[in-house]
Design a protein around this ligand. Structure first.
Ligand SMILES: Nc1ncnc2c1ncn2[C@@H]1O[C@H](COP(=O)(O)OP(=O)(O)OP(=O)(O)O)[C@@H](O)[C@H]1O
Ligand SMILES: [Mg+2]
Length: 350
C-alpha cells in the first residue's frame, strides 16, 4: 500500500491510539533574567483530556505560551521547571535531550503564530515537508515521505500540492503558509498539536478556515490540540475545554461550554465581558487596571486588586484550584469556594 493511500482516506481511517492526554501538576517555571531568576509560572495545574481541543486563554503575559512550551520543554536556556509534567505516556521532565528531540519531532508538534518563523526561506516547501516527515520517522524513504507530504498538503487544503512542493515560502500567502506549517507538523503523525496563537497573524476569514481545519483534524485523527489565545471569540465553539490563566497561574478551567456559559471566577467573567462579540456597538468594555508584574505579584489572589468582588481575605493566601460545585469545573477563587451553591457563587461575580 502506498503511503499516500495510507494517509488520504483520513475520514475512514480508524482513530489512532490516543495516549493519555496532558497533565500538569503544580508546575512552576523560573527563567533567568539580567536581574536574577523570574518566576513565570506558579503551581500550574492543567488537565487536557486525550483527543480533545483545549484552549489556554488569558491576557498578554498571563503565561499561556510558557505553559504550552513547557509541555515540550521549548523554554529559554537556563529555564528551571518544577512539578509534574506528563504528555501522553511521556514524563517530560525526566527525558534526556536526545529523547526530548525525538518526542518533539514525532509525538508533540508546535505550530507558532508566525508561519514564516517555522519555515526556512531558502528551502523549497517540499524539501521541508520531507525533512519533517523523516525527522519523525528516519526509516521513511524519501519517496514515501514525498508522497506523504503531497497527501498532507492536499488534506490541509492546498490547491495543486505537487506544484506547491516546488514553491518557496515567499511565493505563498500567510494563510496558505500556516496550512503548510500545519501539514509540516502532520507529516510527523503526532498525537499532540500545540498551537500558539495560530491565527493571530491572519485575516478573519482565513482565521476561521484554519480553526475549522484544526477541528476536522482533531476529529479525523484523534489529535489532542492545545491552542493558546488571548481572544476567547476565536475558540468559542471550537475548544472542548477551557483553561483561563492570569499572573502565571490557572484561575479557572473546565468544559468550554460550562465555563463560557457559567463563568465562576471574576477574572473569567471580566475577560468574557471584554470580548468584542459580547459588546454592543459603540461600547468597549475593558478590564480595569493592568495585569500584575510577575516580579511584583500582589499577596494572595493575583487578580484581587482588579476584582470588583474582592474581599480583604482574598489577599491572605493564594486560592487553590478547586471544584466546589461542578465536577471538572475548577476555580481558584475563595469567594466562589465560600459560596455554598452555584447560584450564590454567581452573585459573587461582578
Ligand atoms: N525569556 C524570558 N525572559 C524573561 N521573561 C519572560 C521570558 N519569556 C516570557 N517572559 C515573561 O513571562 C510572562 C509570561 O509570558 P508568556 O509569553 O508565557 O505570556 P502569554 O500569555 O503567552 O502572553 P501573550 O498573549 O503576549 O503571548 C510575561 O510577563 C513575559 O514578559
Ligand atoms: Mg503567548
Amino acid at each position: 500500500m502506498s503511503t499516500t493511500a495510507g494517509v488520504r482516506p483520513l475520514k475512514t481511517a480508524p482513530v489512532p491510539e490516543r495516549g493519555n492526554g496532558i497533565s500538569l501538576r503544580g508546575v512552576s517555571v523560573h527563567l533567568p533574567t539580567a536581574d536574577g531568576e523570574l518566576q513565570i509560572l506558579r503551581n500550574v495545574t492543567i488537565d487536557v483530556p486525550a483527543g480533545k481541543i483545549v484552549a489556554l486563554a488569558g491576557e498578554s503575559g498571563s503565561g499561556k505560551s510558557t505553559a504550552m512550551l513547557a509541555m515540550v520543554r521549548l523554554l529559554p536556556w537556563g529555564a528551571r521547571v518544577g512539578g509534574e509534567l506528563v504528555v501522553g505516556p511521556h514524563e517530560v521532565t525526566a527525558m534526556d535531550a536526545g529523547r526530548m528531540r525525538g518526542f518533539r519531532a514525532s509525538y508533540a508538534r508546535v505550530v507558532f503564530q508566525d508561519p514564516w518563523s517555522a519555515l526556512h526561506a531558502m528551502h523549497s516547501i517540499g524539501s521541508q515537508l520531507v525533512e519533517s516527515a523523516r525527522s519523525a520517522d528516519p526509516g521513511l524513504s524519501k519517496a514515501a515521505a514525498r508522497e506523504l507530504a503531497v497527501a498532507m498538503l492536499s488534506r490541509v487544503g492546498i490547491p495543486d500540492p505537487e506544484a506547491r512542493m516546488r514553491s518557496y515560502p515567499h511565493q505563498v500567502s500567510g494563510g496558505q503558509l500556516q496550512r503548510i506549517v500545519i501539514a509540516m507538523a502532520l507529516v510527523a503523525k503526532p498525537q499532540v498539536l500545540l498551537c500558539d496563537e495560530p491565527t493571530t497573524a491572519l485575516d478573519v476569514t482565513t482565521q476561521e478556515q484554519i480553526l475549522e481545519l484544526l477541528r476536522e483534524l482533531n476529529v479525523e485523527m484523534g489529535l489532542t490540540i492545545v491552542i493558546a489565545t488571548h481572544d476567547l471569540d476565536v475558540i468559542d465553539g471550537l475548544a472542548d475545554h477551557l483553561v483561563v490563566m492570569y499572573g502565571g497561574t490557572v484561575m479557572e478551567q473546565g468544559p468550554m461550554k460550562q465555563v463560557m456559559g457559567n463563568p465562576q471566577h471574576p477574572y473569567t467573567w471580566s475577560l468574557l465581558q471584554a470580548q468584542p462579540k459580547r459588546q454592543g456597538k459603540g461600547r468597549l468594555l475593558t478590564i480595569p487596571g493592568r495585569p500584575p508584574a510577575l516580579d511584583d505579584l500582589p499577596p494572595g489572589c493575583a487578580f484581587a486588586p482588579r476584582c470588583a468582588s474582592a474581599a480583604p481575605e482574598c489577599s491572605d493566601a493564594v486560592p487553590r484550584l478547586l471544584a466546589p460545585h461542578l465536577p471538572d469545573h475548577r476555580t481558584a477563587c475563595i469567594r466562589v469556594q465560600q459560596a455554598s451553591t452555584p447560584a450564590a457563587a454567581q452573585k459573587g461575580t461582578p
